[in-house]
Design a protein around this ligand. Structure first.
Ligand code: BES
Ligand code: MN
Ligand code: ZN
Length: 454
């Protein structure tokens, strides 16, 4: 899709040239002179000018660097539906990576199931005299991984079950330093993953426990595990969702898609850290064998769990995924999950909810997220939320049963499966990972990857 070429040797097909409005850039200055323009003439964030034969390209599109890089005006550009030539040297040098990331993500369309694809930009030509190849490459890698995450989230259950997700994860094994292992139902049974397997009981498709390991630093013992909720579709099970609550639930594996996107970047960019991805993948539905409320499951760590709601399934799958990650040696844990409707009530579609048992660990991630501009807001966990999970018949129950502070109670449930106070962060992306109008957002891929950048 990207083609590098020399300045102003525009081929006939490149009609449109994209440049920033920064008057300090020599190229912009030159164009201003030729066209007798000033910065004041270009009031819009996205301003299109015809060159009327004064320059070799037909049209110039001046973009406001800041808004363009935030993706605010990329849509307008991609509506042009024709090849473009981007003048990279007119953008700030330190923003080149972001420029290529946004060009890559803005060109994503979920067109696989459209019998007629809409017209779109096929080729992005670019030109630069600066040595910024690494930054260009970095931006494209980030953009491609984010697009892969979006594609996984957008793909519906009848095209993406646990097996298919495992097949996708296997393809990451081609990257240097990456090893992928997938465990089937019998192997999960041998590991006593009763919580995870309980969720799978109504399904016609077997569960898959996916483990992707990237070793970027063999001298270091530290491993950070990224654990993604991989509920391929969530009907709610016998605590069935309503006809309006169920559509969109293909997105319930967005956490899994996010951590797969992150490790793709980490491996392709060869970040010098050790990272595990763990995904307990299954759908949640009714069926002859499906669990029902009051059932008691035994998690891999021995904890018995009374089922209050079969719709509180994500935490069951994550409980065993957390256990597995720790058994495999993870010293730090970050889980990403479309876990609760309650976090959507609290933070809507703007902020991802964050919970932790280690403030310094979260503070570091929060500061990274300021740079990546992915909004995160911390919410509390305390003893009271843990107390809500006390059960009459088992060690704990899977839901407090009240509607109060659902996101915090869910986080408290997960915290019970973190051993020896290992630093742990839980990111609830139920409101931010998917939108029925724009599909998967790829949120948190960038922030998670950046944690491991040297
Ligand atoms: N997958 C849902 C949470 C969700 C809601 C994701 C909206 C994306 C958008 C989760 O499994 C769920 O059903 N949670 C229940 C928990 C409750 C039964 C304790 C919820 O939030 O209602
Ligand atoms: Mn559910
Ligand atoms: Zn769910």
């Amino acid at each position: 899709m990207f083609h590098k070429q020399e300045v102003f040797s525009v081929d006939q097909e490149t009609k449109t040239c994209v440049l920033s409005k920064n008057p300090d850039a020599p190229l912009v200055k030159k164009v201003f002179e030729v066209l007798q323009l000033t910065e004041a003439d270009l009031k819009d964030d996205f301003h299109s000018v015809y060159t009327l034969g004064k320059l070799p390209m037909k049209r110039l599109v001046f973009v406001d660097e800041k808004n363009f890089l935030k993706g605010k005006t990329t849509e307008q550009l991609f509506k042009l539906k024709e090849d473009i030539l981007v003048l990279v040297d007119t953008f700030s040098k330190e923003k080149v990576s972001q420029l290529f990331e946004v060009l890559t993500t803005a060109s994503y369309r979920f067109s696989k199931f459209k019998s007629k694809d809409e017209e779109h930009i096929e080729n992005i030509h670019y030109t630069t005299t600066e040595k910024v190849d690494d930054r260009i490459h970095e931006g494209i890698v980030y953009g491609e991984a984010i697009n892969h995450t979006k594609q996984l989230v957008n793909t519906p259950y009848n095209y993406l079950n646990a097996f298919k997700l495992a097949d996708y994860a296997q393809t990451l094994g081609d990257l240097e330093g990456v090893e992928v292992k997938v465990y089937g139902k019998a192997e999960c049974e041998a590991m006593n993953m009763g919580a995870f397997l309980g969720v799978n009981k109504g399904s016609k498709d077997e569960p898959q426990l996916i483990h992707v390991r990237y070793q970027g630093n063999k001298n270091e013992e530290d491993i950070t595990a990224l654990i993604g909720k991989g509920v391929m579709f969530d009907t709610g099970g016998y605590s069935l969702k309503t006809p309006t609550g169920m559509p969109s639930m293909k997105c319930d594996m967005a956490g899994a898609a996010t951590v797969l996107g992150a490790i793709e970047i980490i491996a392709r960019q060869k970040y010098p850290k050790n990272v595990d991805v763990v995904i307990a993948a299954t759908d949640n539905r009714i069926g002859d064998d499906a669990i029902v409320p009051d059932d008691i499951l035994t998690a891999a760590n021995g904890t018995t769990i009374e089922i209050v709601s079969t719709d509180a399934e994500g935490r069951l799958t994550l409980a065993d995924a957390l256990w597995f990650a720790q058994k495999e040696g993870a010293s730090k844990l970050i889980d990403v999950a479309t876990l609760t409707g309650a976090v959507v009530g609290a933070l809507g579609k703007e902020y991802t909810g964050a919970f932790t048992n280690n403030q310094a660990f979260l503070d570091n991630v929060l500061s990274i997220s300021q740079n990546t501009e992915e909004k995160i807001w911390q919410l509390p966990i305390c003893e009271g939320y843990h107390n809500d999970l006390k059960s009459f018949s088992a060690d704990i129950k899977n839901s407090g049963g009240s509607r109060l502070a659902g996101a915090s109670v869910a986080a408290a449930f997960l915290e019970k499966f973190v051993e020896n106070d290992r630093p742990w962060i839980h990111l609830d992306v139920a409101g931010t990972a998917f939108d029925s109008k724009i599909g998967g957002t790829g949120i948190m891929v960038k922030t998670l990857a950046r944690i491991f950048k040297a």
